[in-house]
Write a protein that binds this ligand. Structure first.
Ligand code: NAD
Length: 290
Protein backbone atom coordinates (compact mmCIF):
# COMPACT_ATOMS: atom_id res chain seq x y z
CA UNK A 1 0.00 0.00 0.00
CA UNK A 2 1.05 3.59 -0.49
CA UNK A 3 0.87 5.24 2.92
CA UNK A 4 1.34 8.84 4.09
CA UNK A 5 2.55 9.10 7.70
CA UNK A 6 2.41 12.44 9.51
CA UNK A 7 3.93 12.81 12.98
CA UNK A 8 7.10 10.75 13.33
CA UNK A 9 7.80 11.25 17.04
CA UNK A 10 8.30 8.68 19.79
CA UNK A 11 5.29 6.64 18.66
CA UNK A 12 4.96 7.51 14.95
CA UNK A 13 8.56 6.68 13.97
CA UNK A 14 8.54 3.03 15.08
CA UNK A 15 4.99 2.54 13.72
CA UNK A 16 6.07 3.86 10.30
CA UNK A 17 9.23 1.74 10.43
CA UNK A 18 7.14 -1.40 10.99
CA UNK A 19 4.99 -0.57 7.95
CA UNK A 20 8.14 -0.20 5.82
CA UNK A 21 9.49 -3.48 7.17
CA UNK A 22 6.27 -5.20 6.09
CA UNK A 23 6.84 -3.99 2.51
CA UNK A 24 4.61 -0.91 2.33
CA UNK A 25 5.66 2.32 0.65
CA UNK A 26 5.64 5.06 3.30
CA UNK A 27 6.04 8.79 2.68
CA UNK A 28 6.50 10.70 5.92
CA UNK A 29 6.32 14.24 7.22
CA UNK A 30 7.15 15.77 10.60
CA UNK A 31 7.80 19.39 11.53
CA UNK A 32 10.89 18.45 13.54
CA UNK A 33 11.61 14.71 13.87
CA UNK A 34 13.71 12.90 11.26
CA UNK A 35 12.23 10.16 9.04
CA UNK A 36 13.11 6.62 10.14
CA UNK A 37 15.08 4.46 7.67
CA UNK A 38 13.05 3.44 4.65
CA UNK A 39 10.48 6.25 4.96
CA UNK A 40 10.61 8.78 2.11
CA UNK A 41 10.66 12.34 3.41
CA UNK A 42 8.02 14.75 2.09
CA UNK A 43 8.38 18.55 2.23
CA UNK A 44 4.83 19.11 3.54
CA UNK A 45 1.97 17.12 5.09
CA UNK A 46 0.01 17.64 1.86
CA UNK A 47 2.83 16.11 -0.17
CA UNK A 48 2.95 13.06 2.13
CA UNK A 49 -0.80 12.57 1.60
CA UNK A 50 -0.81 12.96 -2.18
CA UNK A 51 -1.70 9.68 -3.90
CA UNK A 52 -1.77 7.72 -0.63
CA UNK A 53 -4.41 5.04 -0.06
CA UNK A 54 -4.15 5.55 3.69
CA UNK A 55 -2.83 8.59 5.59
CA UNK A 56 -1.89 7.96 9.21
CA UNK A 57 -1.43 10.79 11.69
CA UNK A 58 0.30 10.49 15.09
CA UNK A 59 0.24 14.00 16.56
CA UNK A 60 0.30 15.69 19.97
CA UNK A 61 -3.29 17.00 20.28
CA UNK A 62 -6.65 17.79 18.71
CA UNK A 63 -5.82 21.35 17.63
CA UNK A 64 -2.77 20.14 15.69
CA UNK A 65 -4.78 17.24 14.23
CA UNK A 66 -7.44 19.66 12.97
CA UNK A 67 -4.80 21.89 11.35
CA UNK A 68 -3.02 18.94 9.71
CA UNK A 69 -6.34 17.44 8.53
CA UNK A 70 -7.31 20.74 6.89
CA UNK A 71 -4.09 20.57 4.86
CA UNK A 72 -4.16 16.86 4.12
CA UNK A 73 -7.82 16.24 3.20
CA UNK A 74 -7.77 18.33 -0.03
CA UNK A 75 -4.60 16.50 -1.14
CA UNK A 76 -6.07 13.01 -0.71
CA UNK A 77 -7.63 10.95 -3.50
CA UNK A 78 -11.36 10.13 -3.10
CA UNK A 79 -11.87 6.77 -1.42
CA UNK A 80 -8.63 7.00 0.56
CA UNK A 81 -8.75 6.77 4.36
CA UNK A 82 -7.46 9.26 6.93
CA UNK A 83 -6.57 7.29 10.05
CA UNK A 84 -5.67 9.29 13.15
CA UNK A 85 -3.84 7.28 15.82
CA UNK A 86 -3.19 10.22 18.17
CA UNK A 87 -5.01 10.60 21.48
CA UNK A 88 -7.26 13.64 21.03
CA UNK A 89 -10.62 14.94 22.25
CA UNK A 90 -13.74 13.20 20.96
CA UNK A 91 -15.02 16.45 19.43
CA UNK A 92 -11.91 16.93 17.25
CA UNK A 93 -12.07 13.28 16.12
CA UNK A 94 -15.70 13.72 15.04
CA UNK A 95 -15.03 17.07 13.33
CA UNK A 96 -12.17 15.60 11.29
CA UNK A 97 -14.27 12.56 10.33
CA UNK A 98 -17.05 14.87 9.14
CA UNK A 99 -14.67 16.93 6.99
CA UNK A 100 -13.16 13.79 5.51
CA UNK A 101 -16.62 12.36 4.68
CA UNK A 102 -17.56 15.63 2.93
CA UNK A 103 -14.46 15.21 0.74
CA UNK A 104 -15.42 11.62 -0.18
CA UNK A 105 -12.80 10.10 2.13
CA UNK A 106 -12.98 7.46 4.84
CA UNK A 107 -11.86 8.43 8.33
CA UNK A 108 -10.96 6.54 11.49
CA UNK A 109 -10.04 7.62 15.00
CA UNK A 110 -7.72 4.84 16.14
CA UNK A 111 -5.88 5.76 19.34
CA UNK A 112 -3.51 3.19 20.76
CA UNK A 113 -2.50 1.61 23.99
CA UNK A 114 0.90 -0.01 24.48
CA UNK A 115 3.30 2.95 24.51
CA UNK A 116 6.65 3.24 22.76
CA UNK A 117 7.50 -0.38 23.61
CA UNK A 118 4.33 -1.60 21.91
CA UNK A 119 4.88 0.72 18.93
CA UNK A 120 8.41 -0.64 18.46
CA UNK A 121 7.45 -4.30 18.91
CA UNK A 122 4.33 -3.95 16.75
CA UNK A 123 2.09 -5.02 19.62
CA UNK A 124 -0.16 -1.98 20.05
CA UNK A 125 -3.90 -2.22 20.70
CA UNK A 126 -6.01 0.02 18.45
CA UNK A 127 -9.41 1.31 19.59
CA UNK A 128 -11.20 2.37 16.46
CA UNK A 129 -14.14 4.60 15.57
CA UNK A 130 -15.45 5.03 12.00
CA UNK A 131 -17.22 3.18 9.20
CA UNK A 132 -16.94 -0.57 8.51
CA UNK A 133 -15.44 0.15 5.07
CA UNK A 134 -12.70 2.40 6.41
CA UNK A 135 -11.92 -0.12 9.16
CA UNK A 136 -11.65 -2.94 6.61
CA UNK A 137 -9.19 -0.87 4.51
CA UNK A 138 -6.84 -0.15 7.42
CA UNK A 139 -7.20 -3.47 9.29
CA UNK A 140 -4.15 -5.08 7.58
CA UNK A 141 -2.03 -2.12 8.72
CA UNK A 142 -3.34 -2.41 12.29
CA UNK A 143 -2.26 -6.06 12.16
CA UNK A 144 1.32 -4.97 11.34
CA UNK A 145 1.56 -2.18 13.91
CA UNK A 146 -0.37 -3.99 16.62
CA UNK A 147 -1.69 -7.21 18.04
CA UNK A 148 -5.33 -6.19 18.37
CA UNK A 149 -7.76 -3.73 16.77
CA UNK A 150 -11.25 -3.32 18.18
CA UNK A 151 -13.84 -1.58 16.01
CA UNK A 152 -15.68 0.30 18.76
CA UNK A 153 -18.36 2.05 16.68
CA UNK A 154 -19.03 5.34 14.93
CA UNK A 155 -16.52 8.25 14.65
CA UNK A 156 -15.26 9.25 18.11
CA UNK A 157 -15.89 5.79 19.62
CA UNK A 158 -12.18 4.93 19.55
CA UNK A 159 -11.26 8.08 21.48
CA UNK A 160 -14.14 7.44 23.90
CA UNK A 161 -12.82 3.93 24.62
CA UNK A 162 -9.28 5.22 25.08
CA UNK A 163 -10.13 7.96 27.60
CA UNK A 164 -12.49 5.69 29.59
CA UNK A 165 -9.74 3.04 29.80
CA UNK A 166 -7.12 5.59 30.83
CA UNK A 167 -9.42 7.19 33.39
CA UNK A 168 -9.67 3.76 35.05
CA UNK A 169 -5.88 3.40 34.77
CA UNK A 170 -5.16 6.78 36.41
CA UNK A 171 -7.63 6.20 39.24
CA UNK A 172 -6.34 2.65 39.82
CA UNK A 173 -2.70 3.73 39.87
CA UNK A 174 -3.46 6.34 42.52
CA UNK A 175 -5.40 3.81 44.60
CA UNK A 176 -2.56 1.28 44.34
CA UNK A 177 0.07 3.87 45.32
CA UNK A 178 -1.84 5.28 48.28
CA UNK A 179 -2.49 1.73 49.53
CA UNK A 180 1.26 0.93 49.39
CA UNK A 181 2.04 4.16 51.28
CA UNK A 182 -0.56 3.27 53.92
CA UNK A 183 0.82 -0.27 54.17
CA UNK A 184 4.32 1.20 54.73
CA UNK A 185 3.07 3.32 57.63
CA UNK A 186 1.27 0.30 59.10
CA UNK A 187 4.57 -1.62 59.01
CA UNK A 188 3.41 -4.10 56.36
CA UNK A 189 6.16 -5.52 54.15
CA UNK A 190 5.71 -4.49 50.48
CA UNK A 191 6.39 -7.97 49.12
CA UNK A 192 3.70 -9.40 51.43
CA UNK A 193 1.33 -6.63 50.40
CA UNK A 194 1.92 -7.54 46.73
CA UNK A 195 1.54 -11.24 47.44
CA UNK A 196 -1.85 -10.72 49.08
CA UNK A 197 -3.37 -8.01 46.87
CA UNK A 198 -2.21 -9.44 43.53
CA UNK A 199 -4.18 -12.60 44.29
CA UNK A 200 -7.09 -10.97 46.17
CA UNK A 201 -9.97 -8.71 45.23
CA UNK A 202 -7.74 -5.59 45.15
CA UNK A 203 -5.81 -6.95 42.17
CA UNK A 204 -5.47 -4.77 39.07
CA UNK A 205 -3.20 -4.19 36.12
CA UNK A 206 -1.38 -1.46 38.07
CA UNK A 207 -0.66 -3.87 40.94
CA UNK A 208 -0.10 -7.13 39.06
CA UNK A 209 1.59 -6.05 35.82
CA UNK A 210 3.02 -2.58 36.50
CA UNK A 211 3.65 -2.59 40.24
CA UNK A 212 4.68 0.91 41.42
CA UNK A 213 6.87 -0.48 44.25
CA UNK A 214 10.51 -1.13 43.23
CA UNK A 215 11.74 -4.70 43.65
CA UNK A 216 8.22 -6.04 43.99
CA UNK A 217 6.27 -7.92 41.31
CA UNK A 218 7.34 -8.02 37.65
CA UNK A 219 9.89 -5.57 36.21
CA UNK A 220 8.33 -2.13 35.81
CA UNK A 221 9.46 1.52 35.57
CA UNK A 222 9.66 1.54 39.40
CA UNK A 223 12.71 -0.76 39.00
CA UNK A 224 14.31 1.77 36.69
CA UNK A 225 14.13 4.92 38.84
CA UNK A 226 10.60 5.65 37.56
CA UNK A 227 11.89 6.51 34.10
CA UNK A 228 8.88 6.25 31.71
CA UNK A 229 7.22 3.91 30.66
CA UNK A 230 4.13 6.00 30.51
CA UNK A 231 4.96 9.54 31.56
CA UNK A 232 2.90 11.30 34.25
CA UNK A 233 2.26 14.20 31.86
CA UNK A 234 0.71 11.83 29.29
CA UNK A 235 -1.55 10.43 32.01
CA UNK A 236 -2.49 14.00 32.90
CA UNK A 237 -3.29 14.71 29.24
CA UNK A 238 -5.61 11.68 29.04
CA UNK A 239 -7.31 12.46 32.37
CA UNK A 240 -7.93 16.03 31.20
CA UNK A 241 -9.46 14.66 27.98
CA UNK A 242 -11.70 12.38 30.06
CA UNK A 243 -12.90 15.36 32.10
CA UNK A 244 -13.41 17.49 28.97
CA UNK A 245 -15.56 14.68 27.53
CA UNK A 246 -17.42 14.17 30.82
CA UNK A 247 -18.25 17.88 30.99
CA UNK A 248 -19.49 17.86 27.39
CA UNK A 249 -22.01 15.07 28.07
CA UNK A 250 -22.77 15.95 31.73
CA UNK A 251 -21.35 12.70 33.15
CA UNK A 252 -20.55 12.57 36.88
CA UNK A 253 -16.94 11.28 37.22
CA UNK A 254 -15.73 12.25 40.71
CA UNK A 255 -12.84 9.77 40.81
CA UNK A 256 -11.63 10.80 37.35
CA UNK A 257 -11.87 14.43 38.41
CA UNK A 258 -9.83 13.79 41.55
CA UNK A 259 -7.24 11.78 39.59
CA UNK A 260 -6.89 14.63 37.08
CA UNK A 261 -6.38 17.13 39.95
CA UNK A 262 -3.75 14.91 41.64
CA UNK A 263 -1.76 14.31 38.44
CA UNK A 264 -1.97 18.03 37.64
CA UNK A 265 -0.42 18.88 41.01
CA UNK A 266 2.14 16.11 40.65
CA UNK A 267 3.26 17.22 37.17
CA UNK A 268 3.06 20.99 37.61
CA UNK A 269 4.13 21.53 41.23
CA UNK A 270 5.68 18.38 42.67
CA UNK A 271 8.40 17.41 40.21
CA UNK A 272 6.44 14.64 38.48
CA UNK A 273 7.19 15.90 34.95
CA UNK A 274 9.44 13.43 33.14
CA UNK A 275 8.68 10.67 35.66
CA UNK A 276 6.64 7.56 35.03
CA UNK A 277 3.02 7.85 36.19
CA UNK A 278 3.70 5.18 38.84
CA UNK A 279 6.02 7.68 40.62
CA UNK A 280 2.85 8.60 42.52
CA UNK A 281 4.11 6.05 45.06
CA UNK A 282 7.22 8.02 46.19
CA UNK A 283 4.98 11.10 46.17
CA UNK A 284 2.58 9.49 48.67
CA UNK A 285 5.43 7.94 50.68
CA UNK A 286 6.70 11.34 51.77
CA UNK A 287 3.39 12.89 52.67
CA UNK A 288 1.15 13.26 55.70
CA UNK A 289 -2.64 13.41 55.74
CA UNK A 290 -4.08 16.65 54.37
P1 NAD B 1 5.80 13.07 20.19
O1 NAD B 1 5.73 14.45 20.73
O2 NAD B 1 7.04 12.27 20.39
O3 NAD B 1 5.46 13.06 18.62
C1 NAD B 1 4.58 13.95 17.99
C2 NAD B 1 5.25 14.41 16.71
O4 NAD B 1 4.35 15.24 15.98
C3 NAD B 1 6.53 15.23 16.93
O5 NAD B 1 7.62 14.61 16.28
C4 NAD B 1 6.20 16.59 16.33
O6 NAD B 1 7.30 17.22 15.72
C5 NAD B 1 5.14 16.22 15.32
N1 NAD B 1 4.28 17.33 14.94
C6 NAD B 1 3.72 18.29 15.71
N2 NAD B 1 2.98 19.13 14.97
C7 NAD B 1 3.10 18.71 13.68
C8 NAD B 1 2.57 19.16 12.45
N3 NAD B 1 1.78 20.23 12.39
N4 NAD B 1 2.91 18.49 11.31
C9 NAD B 1 3.72 17.39 11.38
N5 NAD B 1 4.24 16.91 12.52
C10 NAD B 1 3.93 17.57 13.66
O7 NAD B 1 4.54 12.31 20.85
P2 NAD B 1 4.29 10.72 20.92
O8 NAD B 1 4.72 10.20 22.24
O9 NAD B 1 4.77 10.11 19.64
O10 NAD B 1 2.68 10.71 20.97
C11 NAD B 1 1.90 10.91 19.80
C12 NAD B 1 0.44 10.69 20.17
O11 NAD B 1 0.27 9.36 20.69
C13 NAD B 1 -0.10 11.62 21.26
O12 NAD B 1 -1.42 12.00 20.92
C14 NAD B 1 -0.05 10.77 22.51
O13 NAD B 1 -1.02 11.17 23.47
C15 NAD B 1 -0.36 9.41 21.95
N6 NAD B 1 0.16 8.28 22.76
C16 NAD B 1 1.44 8.29 23.23
C17 NAD B 1 1.89 7.24 23.97
C18 NAD B 1 3.31 7.21 24.50
O14 NAD B 1 3.61 6.36 25.36
N7 NAD B 1 4.20 8.08 24.04
C19 NAD B 1 1.06 6.16 24.26
C20 NAD B 1 -0.24 6.15 23.74
C21 NAD B 1 -0.68 7.23 22.99
Amino acid sequence: MKIGFIGLGNMGAPMAANLVQAGHEVVGFDLAAPCPAGVTKAATAGEAATGAEVVITMLPNGAILRAVAAEVIPAMVPGAVLCDCSTVDVESARAVAEQAAKAGLGALDAPVSGGVGGATAGTLTFMVGGTEDAFATVEPLFAIMGQKAVHCGAPGAGQAAKICNNMILGVTMIATCEAFALADKLGLDRAKMFDVVSTSSGYSWTMNAYCPAPGVGPQSPADNGYKPGFAAELMLKDLRLSQQAAAAVDADTPMGQQAAALYERFVEQEGGKGMDFSAMLPRFENRSRE
